[in-house]
Design a binder for this molecule. Structure first.
Ligand code: ADP
Length: 400
């Protein structure tokens, strides 16, 4: 990574006598580097790019590395405003910071780094971190800035985010894939009902002697069944779509209600009774809704799986959501399955850990990373009367 030090260090003095800082204003760096040629050589040898500006924001030093980074020669930028190295927004911001500093000496930028958009000679822009230092010299106040090229760091961050999103997408597809077989079976029911009602309508109309009411009732039923089927399919498509992370102010109840038809179908197909309770009036959360739904469906899916060997009459899966405190929501999924052996409790959350013949072992790992990224916690505990409870917390969207 390369960096530009916007460092107004040792300005070129008008004559040799004025090179030394006045008493009480001693600049050890300037004294130590009294030989300007030596200083220039040092600047040019630096791997990082170094720029120095005076109080008016005019460039007075521009080292070799800065030339490489920005595509200007030192001669071209000498005496030019620093602005030519910055994107339009940051030009204004930077000038405001400097003016403010000159007025108040409150070091909003001095000694600190902030992110800016830097601009090369050819007009192309790149993300950079800018931190500014201050130096006093016989010629007045000078600013020392450091601009670090963040391009590769940003690219790495974006790449990591993309990978996470791809992984989440893959995991959603797996969850849906696992549910699809049983859901397809369930969706057959409304389709069969539609076929039956259609045949009935045809019969009634063929005979010609039928009441409007009978036909209308059948048609209404066809519409309702088709609507329900379409809604489930739509939810499946929404859920499995590839998408970038997006946080909004949302209500947990609405998120749960959206995935409820999918969860209910899955539970029904596995002869599990599903009971959902959301405490009324829960505060909103600032969250990526689809990701939270992914966690909820995953925990419910696991709960269903854990009860496969349990007699049907005992297969009860509950989801409870409540406020643990004004700042924290808590969601519990409580099953009556085989529970979690203490020895593997932490392993469950590591990628590829699975005890299922066809499991991927990604669900809990991804769910935990989603919840952690939202500022919450995901964990599990065995129930005293059998089965396990998987729970997570989420901070509410109340302002601090
Ligand atoms: P997968 O479902 O593909 O195995 P997960 O990461 O979702 O991947 O789960 C990892 C493992 O955690 C499961 O294989 C299972 O052994 C265990 N597990 C998850 N949920 C439960 C549960 N409700 N009860 C008991 N064990 C569970």
């Amino acid at each position: 990574m390369r960096a530009v030090y916007l460092v107004p260090v040792v300005p070129t003095p008008p004559d040799n006598a004025s090179r030394t800082a006045p008493p009480g204003n001693h600049n050890p760096l300037a004294s130590a580097l009294s030989d300007l040629a030596e200083f220039d050589a040092l600047l040019d040898a630096a791997v990082d790019a170094i720029v120095a500006i005076d109080q008016k924001g005019l460039i007075i030093r521009f080292n070799k590395a800065a030339e490489d980074m920005f595509g200007y020669t030192a001669a071209e930028v000498g005496g030019q405003p620093l602005n030519i190295l910055m994107g339009p927004t940051d030009v204004t911001d930077h000038q405001q910071f400097v003016d403010r500093y000159l007025r108040t000496r409150a070091g909003r930028i001095i000694g600190r780094g902030r992110e800016v958009v830097a601009r090369r000679r050819d007009g192309s822009e790149f993300p950079a971190s800018l931190s500014v230092g201050e130096a006093r010299s016989p010629q007045g106040l000078r600013f020392i800035g450091l601009i670090r090229d963040l391009t590769s760091q940003k690219q790495a961050e974006e790449e990591a985010l993309r990978h996470r999103e791809q992984l989440m997408h893959a995991s959603r597809l797996t969850t849906m894939g696992e549910m699809a077989a049983t859901m397809a079976h369930e969706l057959n029911q409304p389709l069969a009902a539609i076929a039956t009602y259609t045949a009935a309508c045809q019969r009634l109309l063929a005979v010609g002697d039928c009441s409007h009411t009978e036909v209308l009732t059948a048609l209404r039923e066809i519409g309702a069944q088709a609507h329900r089927t379409a809604e489930v399919i739509q939810r499946m498509r929404d859920f499995t779509r590839s998408r970038a992370s997006l946080r909004k102010i949302v209500h947990l109840e609405a998120l749960v209600n959206e995935v409820r038809p999918l969860a209910e179908l899955d539970a029904k197909a596995n002869h599990v009774r599903l009971f959902i309770y959301i405490a009324p009036g829960l505060p909103a959360i600032n969250a990526d809704g689809v990701q939270i739904q992914q966690v909820i469906l995953n925990l419910l899916r696991n709960g269903v799986d854990a009860m496969r060997d349990v007699p049907e009459a005992n297969r009860l899966l509950r989801l409870h959501a409540r406020a643990e405190s004004p700042r924290l929501l808590r969601v519990d999924t409580i099953d009556r399955g085989h529970g979690v052996p203490e020895a593997v409790r932490e392993q469950l959350f590591t990628p590829f850990f699975t005890t299922k013949a066809t499991g991927m072992g990604m669900g809990l790992a991804i769910s935990r990373s989603i919840i952690t990224a939202h500022g919450g916690k995901l964990d599990c505990a065995n129930n005293p009367d059998g089965g396990a409870t998987f729970f997570f917390t989420l901070p509410t969207a109340i302002e601090t």
